[in-house]
Design a protein around this ligand. Sequence first.
Ligand SMILES: Nc1ncnc2c1ncn2[C@@H]1O[C@H](COP(=O)(O)OP(=O)(O)OP(=O)(O)O)[C@@H](O)[C@H]1O
Length: 360
Amino acid sequence: MSLTRLNIQAFRNITSAQLLTGTGLNLIYGQNGSGKTSILEAIYFLGMGRSFRSHLSQRVINNEDDKLTLFATLTLPRGESKIGLRRFRSGETEVKIDGDKVKRLSTLAETLPIQVITPESFSLLFEGPKSRRQFIDWGAFHADPEFYGAWVNVRRILKQRNQLLRDGASYTNIQYWDREFVRYAERVTEIRNLYVDSLNELLKGIIEEFLPQVDVKVSFTRGWDSKIDFALLLENQYPRDLATGHTVSGPHKADLRLRVGNLPVQDALSRGQLKLLVCALRIAQGKLLKQQIDKHSIYLVDDLPSELDAQHRQLLLKQLADTGAQVFVTAIEPAAIVDSLDKPPSRIFQVAQGCVTVIE
Ligand SMILES: Nc1ncnc2c1ncn2[C@@H]1O[C@H](COP(=O)(O)OP(=O)(O)OP(=O)(O)O)[C@@H](O)[C@H]1O
């Protein structure tokens, strides 16, 4: 799958642009503040209905406009597909796939699986478990069609359960919700666990190439002690949950543990090595998606050269090319990318003050 045409209107500093994109590597270069990241962000917005930079979607609408419009033509194995998204300053979003209105944004994500690698990608390893959970759930969502429904139910019941705890409900009242909660929590956990197992198999080879001297171990923790029956645990933990006003253990506390020996990776690796590890994780996800559901991801790599030496830049670009996926890479100087490639990029775009020009 690849994006063949992208139209951007009133997105950040890009008032209007049309990009005829290549199937392989698309290089986007320009000065600081020119609008390179905004192009990646626009593709992400089209696939996810939100930004990877700001949780406030209104901020991406051009300051002079009251709505943004994104439109793309995709080439899929079954033929061409057209995706359109319009976001209004009022907060309303309209999405169309092949002319039909789409209500759920998850339909967009299914159509356009996107992987992002930015200088902020370290957050996957450093921040709390939320971003690592999102990483697992991206894969679980695409790998198993049951995942999304089970996950939505876990969130819904957890919200109700926590409200009951804050209201001081008796365990008898809570137990009614727990039966369903346990069922969906176990399903979500089972899919997540299977997903991390499959990912680990692919990840080993990629990590060996990126970080040959380092023995990184990646494991899944479900959010409660796996030796204890979850229903029983919820019952036993009721007094503690009641005291804190929320459910202390469960799938909402799941995590991905990344270690070198006994140390968390952030204490054992350099910044460049951490960046390579994040890239390895993302590349493994893309490769696994292709294996599992025969779908390519689209890779958005912002400021690829930063913090990587020439040899690792080359290795990363080779690994990205090996995925067979369409890749969008930004850099300030085009040579930083072109010099690290075996063959020229499929397309090169220059961005200056929000205007996009195709160079090759
Ligand atoms: N809503 C908006 N309306 C108009 N301009 C905006 C809006 N939001 C951000 N900008 C501007 O858009 C410009 C493009 O930013 P962007 O982050 O895409 O640049 P970049 O080329 O990736 O820069 P860098 O190399 O520094 O990362 C910035 O100058 C920013 O001030």
